[in-house]
Design a protein. Structure first.
Length: 504
């Protein structure tokens, strides 16, 4: 597979270019993203689906610009797909042939079920979905949905409801209450076509409408973490807010936390989203920052028939280690750090009832503990925190991302870095739990960094933690003795003394 792959996604509302660079067999990261609001389907739905000159011109100019960007990045593989507007258009194939002739760019028009499958491939691989779910990808011309059961895509469906379609059919001529009622009736009729097994408590919100609404929900609640991907909320508490958007005047949308660039279709998109959530009986939404483009890339990267990463591999973690941990034998080094903390965690779980549910975050932080040193050994913990906050995206919940990043930032003898603990208090474990996690993380690093993969064992008895080692822990002792305790116990060492005899 080429090192760099470009994906072009031509939707009814927007055209997007993304370029991914691979760092290893399963490691990859985004190096370029461009978006153009081409509205290629503008005017088409009231003209029997035919693409109109205004949309054709914008699409051509955007694609021409994308081609130049692809050349600048020396991309060897380009995959272009087009969705609802082109597949609905009687002159869609003619447009594709024209683009191939003029720009030497091949475009594949995909049907709604394939579009839904691509979004679901991205969601199942890159979101922390552990139960049954339904992906909801509202585009300009259609809404494409996939039913996910036990992590497997079991069925897909495409409905002829999209923001541009609904806008042109119902809102462009009449923006009053009647248009909302008529649009709702149309959407309800389309939703009757949805198979009755399309029911799930969790909806995966894909696309611009879902992301815009999630941004609004985050702002309403002063959510402390500015990351949309994997943001999670309950629906019942947000329905009044969504209804306010549906019935709002355009001038009121700013007060509802909607950006100006979304004014033209957010009312229609929200109406569609609400009706779908009711129909599938969803109770919660998880927001996806990925969709068709990532699905196209992953379908090309992964193997059929399931298009899944190996069960033990996390693509974000793999990518970060590929790029930011250049130490030799990095996996064996990480294994030693994890082995040290594992036995300590067992003791603290037994003696202090520390919940073992944080193992994933603690182990991940230890695997990433060297990434800041790649940039600069001084302030390495700060660098590690920022890398983790920005790059640790896929397969983790927000709470997991924050805890891992905060552990990476721990420095010195104190167990809590108060500015971060205050900022992200709502997403972090309770203070006492965090102190134990921080102590285990820091102690394991001190023991690892100041020994050559020593055999470390712990015994806790009579309010005393004894650390046994087959190597000298001379340097580690100085820092460990000063380290704050989560509970007032003593620490003693039983290590190999490496001082030779001398006679002078």
């Amino acid at each position: 597979m080429p090192k760099r792959t470009a994906i072009i996604d031509i939707g009814s509302n927007s055209a997007r270019l993304v370029i991914f660079e691979r760092s290893s067999r399963f490691g990859f990261h985004l190096i370029c993203e461009q978006k153009s609001k081409v509205r290629i389907g503008e005017g088409a739905y009231s003209k029997e689906g035919y693409l109109q000159p205004i949309g054709i011109e914008r699409a051509y100019l955007a694609l021409d610009s994308f081609v130049q960007t692809i050349k600048k990045y020396h991309v060897k593989k380009v995959i272009s797909v087009a969705t609802s507007a082109l597949r609905d258009a009687p002159n869609g194939e003619e447009f594709v042939r024209w683009i191939r002739q003029e720009l030497n760019l091949s475009i594949k028009i995909i049907d709604g079920k394939e579009e839904a499958k691509l979004g679901a491939i991205a969601a199942t691989n890159l979101l922390p979905i552990h139960n049954d779910a339904i992906t909801v990808d509202i585009g300009g011309g259609s809404c494409d949905m996939a039913l996910i059961c036990n992590g497997v895509i079991s069925e897909t469906y495409s409905l002829n409801v999209g923001t541009v379609r609904i806008k042109e059919l119902f809102f462009d001529k009449d923006n009053g209450t009647n248009s909302i009622a008529n649009a709702r009736e149309y959407i309800a009729n389309e939703l009757q076509k949805l198979p009755p097994n399309f029911r799930a408590k969790l909806a995966v919100g894909i696309g611009g409408t879902a992301r815009t609404l999630s941004k609004g929900v985050m702002k309403r609640h002063n959510y402390p973490f500015n990351k949309l991907h994997a943001f999670h909320y309950r629906i019942d508490g947000e329905l009044p807010y969504f209804n306010d958007i549906i019935y709002a005047n355009i001038s009121d949308l700013q007060n509802l936390y909607i950006k100006k660039g979304r004014y033209d279709t957010i009312k229609e998109g929200t109406l569609i989203f609400v009706e779908i959530l009711k129909t599938i009986q969803a109770q919660e939404v998880i927001t996806s920052g990925v969709g068709v483009r990532e699905g196209v890339f992953l379908k090309d990267l992964l193997q059929a028939p399931n298009y899944k990463f190996p069960a033990t591999l996390n693509p974000s973690l793999k990518s970060i280690l590929d790029r930011f941990d250049d130490l030799t034998s990095k996996e064996s080094q990480a294994s030693h750090r994890i082995a040290v903390v594992s036995s300590l965690y067992t003791i603290f779980h037994k003696e202090f009832a520390i919940d073992i549910k944080y193992q994933k975050e603690l182990y991940t932080a230890l695997r990433l503990s060297n990434i800041g040193k790649t940039l600069r050994i001084y302030d390495a913990k700060k660098h590690a925190f920022y890398i983790s906050m920005q790059e640790l995206n896929f397969g983790f919940t927000h709470k997991e991302m924050i805890l891992i990043s905060v552990l990476l930032r721990m420095d010195g003898n104190s167990l809590l870095y108060k500015p971060l603990c205050t900022t992200y208090k709502a997403l972090l474990p309770k203070k006492e739990e965090l102190k134990y996690l921080s102590f285990m993380y820091t102690l394991s690093l001190l023991l690892h960094d100041n020994s050559n993969s020593a055999n470390i064992e712990f015994v806790y008895a009579n309010n005393m933690l004894t650390i046994y080692s087959n190597q000298s822990l001379y340097h580690a002792k100085e820092n460990i003795i000063l380290l704050e305790r989560p509970y007032p116990f003593d620490i003693v060492f039983e290590d190999k003394k490496s001082m030779p005899k001398y006679n002078f």
